[in-house]
Design a protein around this ligand. Structure first.
Ligand code: NAD
Length: 288
C-alpha cells in the first residue's frame, strides 16, 4: 500500500498560496478576502468553519465571518449574501452547508455573485465546468470549481497518478462532490463511471476501475472486494461513528493490497480547505 499524504500535499500548496498573497500585498496593497456564513450551531459545521477561518489567517487572507441564528429566514440569508456581493474587500463568499433547512440552500447559493462563488456551486460556474472541453481550459479560464473535487484531482496530479485513459469510478452523484468530480475526471481524459445508490453490480464495476473514488457518506462501505490490485483509491467520505472518524473505505481491509490510498483523516479533507484558499485567490485575480 502507498499512502497518499493529503496533509503534506496540502501544506505545500498552502505555502505557495501564502507566498502569492504576500507578493500581491506588496505589489497592489490589497489583500484577498473570504466571507464565511454559518447558519445554526451544527457541531461539524462549526469545526469546518473554524478550520477555514484559521487557514485564511495562516495564508494571510482576510476573513469575515457571519454567524446566523438557526431560525434565520431564507430572505435574511439572501440579503446578507447580496450585501456581501458588493464590497471589494470580499473576494469569495462561502455558505457553509448543509443549512438547518437545506431545502433552500440552492436558492441562497444562486444569489452569490458567480465571481465570488468560491465553492463553485452557482449554476454559472457549474455550467462552465460542464461546458469545458479540457483540463487546460478549466485551468486557463480560472473557472471556480467545487473545492473537494478539485482537491481530489490535485491529489492525483501531485502523486504522479495519471488519469488519462484510466477507468475511474465515482461513487456518489452529489452536486457538491460526485458530479463535478466526474466532470473533472472526464476533462482529464478518464473513462468515467458515475455510480449512485441505484447502481447495480457496484462491486464488480468498481473491480474494473483503475481509480475508485468514494463519496457516499457510508462508513467503511468500500471493502477490499471492491478494489483491484494496482488501483488508486480516494476516500472522500467523512463519517462520525461511535468509534471515531472514518471514511467510506474500509481502510483496514484494503491496507495490505498493492494500491494507492488516501487516509481519513489526512487525505482529501485538508485539500478541500486548500482549494478554498486557492479559489479565493483565483476570485481575487479574476476581479482585479
Ligand atoms: P450526499 O449525501 O449529498 O450524496 C451521497 C451520494 O452517494 C448520493 O449521490 C447517493 O446516490 C450516493 N450513494 C448513497 N449510497 C450509495 C451506495 N450504497 N452506493 C453508491 N452510491 C451511493 O453526500 P456528499 O455531500 O456528496 O458527501 C459524500 C461524503 O463525502 C460524505 O461522507 C461527506 O461527509 C463527505 N465529504 C467530504 C468532504 C471533504 O472535504 N473530505 C467534502 C464534502 C463531502
Amino acid at each position: 500500500m502507498n499512502l497518499i499524504d493529503g496533509k503534506k500535499i496540502s501544506n505545500d500548496i498552502r505555502s505557495e498560496i501564502k507566498n502569492q498573497v504576500q507578493k500581491i500585498k506588496q505589489k497592489t496593497g490589497k489583500t484577498p478576502g473570504l466571507a464565511t456564513i454559518l447558519v445554526g450551531q451544527d457541531p461539524a459545521s462549526q469545526v469546518y468553519i473554524k478550520s477555514k477561518i484559521k487557514a485564511c489567517q495562516d495564508a494571510g487572507i482576510q476573513s469575515f465571518h457571519h454567524n446566523l441564528n438557526e431560525k434565520t429566514p431564507k430572505e435574511e440569508i439572501i440579503n446578507l449574501i447580496k450585501n456581501l456581493n458588493t464590497p471589494s474587500e470580499v473576494d469569495g463568499i462561502l455558505l457553509q452547508l448543509p443549512l438547518p433547512n437545506n431545502k433552500y440552500a440552492q436558492d441562497c447559493i444562486n444569489t452569490i455573485s458567480p465571481l465570488k462563488d468560491v465553492d463553485g456551486l452557482h449554476p454559472f460556474n457549474a455550467g462552465l465546468l460542464n461546458l469545458s472541453k479540457s483540463w487546460d481550459e478549466i485551468i486557463k479560464k480560472n473557472i471556480l470549481v467545487s473545492c473537494t473535487p478539485l482537491g481530489v484531482i490535485y491529489l492525483l496530479n501531485k502523486s504522479n497518478i495519471s488519469i488519462e485513459g484510466k477507468t475511474a469510478i465515482v461513487l456518489g452523484r452529489s452536486n457538491l462532490v460526485g458530479k463535478p468530480l466526474s466532470m473533472l475526471l472526464l476533462a482529464n481524459n478518464a473513462t468515467v463511471i458515475m455510480s449512485h445508490s441505484k447502481t447495480k453490480n457496484l462491486k464488480s464495476l468498481c473491480k474494473t476501475a483503475d481509480i475508485v473514488i468514494a463519496a457516499i457518506g457510508k462508513p467503511k462501505f468500500v471493502t477490499k472486494d471492491f478494489i483491484k490490485e494496482g488501483a488508486t483509491v480516494i476516500d472522500v467520505g467523512i463519517n462520525r461513528t461511535s468509534d471515531g472518524l472514518c471514511g467510506d473505505v474500509d481502510f483496514e481491509s484494503a491496507k495490505d493490497m498493492d494500491i494507492n490510498i488516501t487516509p481519513v483523516p489526512g487525505g482529501v479533507g485538508p485539500m478541500t480547505i486548500t482549494v478554498l484558499l486557492e479559489n479565493t485567490l483565483k476570485a481575487f485575480k479574476n476581479r482585479i
